[in-house]
Design a protein around this ligand. Structure first.
Ligand SMILES: C[S@@+](CC[C@H](N)C(=O)[O-])C[C@H]1O[C@@H](n2cnc3c(N)ncnc32)[C@H](O)[C@@H]1O
Length: 278
């Protein structure tokens, strides 16, 4: 369900108190994702994958982030697609906390915006109980969505776009903010575990990663998007050596490394960031 203003204000107060204690770098992103990060953990390669797909659709792709919140991920996309925009239904989040609203984030709901068309629509974590997929589907040629495998998305966990005439082209798995948060809590914020290395090691073996990225396209653009992503992946490992955001250090430190295989994942696809083509 969408947030309630009072709850958000309480959370913001706790966030400010946390910041007053000079927390370790980047921890706030994974403890207060709405204020300081995003609900899904990402690396620069996630951004670059999406940019490659978008550029395969058009030389000057149009891009919308639906329900972008404060626009953390959108800002990263705009480094490569400068005209990318976001739409956010609850624009009051900017006014309540006196944060300036970037001019590229529009105050509207996708239901009112669906007459426009975009090459790519990105949906990062549709709230549980909310379902605006039909409107996103009317808007875009390609839909990239992230959601939590625990079903914390949409109505009854429905986050997919097959029923709207889209084909899933590929998917990959990354941690959600909750997965990273669990590791941070065990490593840094649980006094009983501070000196208990054995326990910490045991707990780290059960870590998992619940966030999925699904790439959907309309059938007519599937082939070119597919070729673009595949040819990007041929060079990704090499690019990854130098292209990272600072906050990726927390993911590495918590054991969510690029291509890390997590034994606790109950699927044959256990490697983080490994792209699986349909
Ligand atoms: C769970 S938050 C995710 C925020 C951000 N995408 C992220 O992953 O960090 C979902 C956001 O979608 C917005 N939202 C909900 N319904 C919407 C709609 N119909 N149109 C546009 N935004 C909407 C909410 O206000 C909220 O900011």
């Amino acid at each position: 369900m969408p947030f309630k203003e009072e709850e958000l204000k309480k959370a913001y107060l706790i966030y400010r108190q946390f910041k007053d204690h000079n927390p370790l770098s980047y921890h706030e992103r994974y403890i207060f994702p709405f204020f300081a990060g995003s609900y899904f953990a990402y690396r620069k390669i996630d951004v670059l994958r999406i940019v490659e797909i978008a550029r395969s659709i058009s030389n000057k792709p149009t891009y919308v982030d639906v329900g972008c919140g404060y626009g953390d991920f959108l800002k990263k996309i705009r480094e490569f697609i400068p005209d990318a925009i976001g739409i956010e239904k609850e624009i009051s989040i900017f006014y309540i906390f006196q944060k300036p609203r970037p001019e590229y984030i529009y105050s509207t709901a996708i239901e009112w915006y669906a007459t426009k068309t975009f090459d790519v629509a990105f949906v990062g974590w549709m709230d549980p109980g909310v379902d605006f997929r039909e409107f996103v589907a009317r808007t875009a040629k390609c839909i990239i969505t992230t959601f939590d495998s625990g079903g914390q998305c949409g109505v009854n966990g429905a986050c997919e776009y097959d029923e709207f005439g889209f084909k899933r082209m590929a998917w990959w798995r990354t941690p959600s903010w909750i997965d990273v948060n669990n590791e941070l809590m065990n490593k840094f914020y649980t006094p009983a575990l501070k000196t208990d290395e054995k326990k910490k090691q045991e707990l780290s073996k059960i870590r998992t990663a619940h966030n999925f990225w699904y790439i959907y396209t309309r059938p007519e653009i599937l082939d070119k998007a597919n070729i673009a992503l595949k040819s990007w992946l041929d060079k990704e490992e090499e690019v990854f050596v130098t292209e990272r955001f600072g906050f990726e250090s927390v993911l590495d430190e918590c054991g969510f490394r690029y291509m890390e295989e997590l034994s606790a994942i109950l699927s044959k696809y256990r490697r983080l960031w490994e792209v699986i083509f349909d």
